[in-house]
Design a binder for this molecule. Structure first.
Ligand code: AMP
Length: 176
């Protein structure tokens, strides 16, 4: 078993024209289905955060739940979901953000974390960066301290990193 995540790169599958024409979707389901690859991905994402004093991992719906829940267990902290509108049952805070056409929003339970909790944001893919930025704004409004973000894949050509606060770590383990 290789401990180098780059050896598992072929398990990230390009699906052209999904979910709409012109988008090349990075499908991580083959990587998740491979136990060695999944374990190495989680360990690689977790490594820089082991001594970061985190209180929780915040995963963004829905592939951020898969990676985020595994990372929370790996780091020995709790997991908090950030969801699409209308999914969380109790009182929520919402954050809207612009898409190429129109807008979307993310929600978190207002009482999900105690004030000042240090959190790591997790998603599968950093594309334009709008989703991660909105999640970060949302968590700060909730009262948490955002320690940084971890993604499995960065699509560097889309320059999502440019809109992320320069003083906060944003770590990607695979770059395309
Ligand atoms: P963005 O807000 O543009 O950074 O988009 C990030 C969100 O959209 C993440 O939650 C990703 O899961 C998803 N996403 C965007 N582009 C892709 C892509 N090419 N392949 C897979 N997921 C993507």
């Amino acid at each position: 078993m290789s401990e180098s995540l780059s050896d598992y790169l072929p398990l990230v599958r390009d699906v052209p024209d999904f979910p709409k024409p012109g988008i090349v979707f990075k499908d991580i389901t083959p990587l998740l289905a491979n136990g060695d690859a999944f374990a190495v991905a989680i360990r690689t994402m977790a490594e820089p955060w082991r001594d970061a004093g985190l209180d929780a991992v915040v995963g963004i719906e829905s592939r951020g739940f898969i990676l985020g829940a595994a990372l929370a267990l790996e780091l020995g902290v709790g997991f908090v979901p950030v969801r699409k509108p209308g999914k969380l049952p109790a009182t929520v805070l919402s954050e809207s953000y612009a898409l190429e056409y129109g807008s979307d929003s993310l929600q978190v339970h207002a009482d999900a974390l105690p004030p000042g909790a240090r959190v790591l944001l997790v998603d599968d893919v950093l594309a334009t960066g709008g989703t991660l930025r909105a999640a970060s704004n949302l968590l700060r409004r909730q009262g948490a301290e955002v320690a940084g973000a971890a993604v499995l894949i960065e699509l560097a050509a889309l320059e999502g990193r440019a809109g992320w606060p320069q003083d906060l770590p944003l770590r990607a383990v695979l770059n395309f």
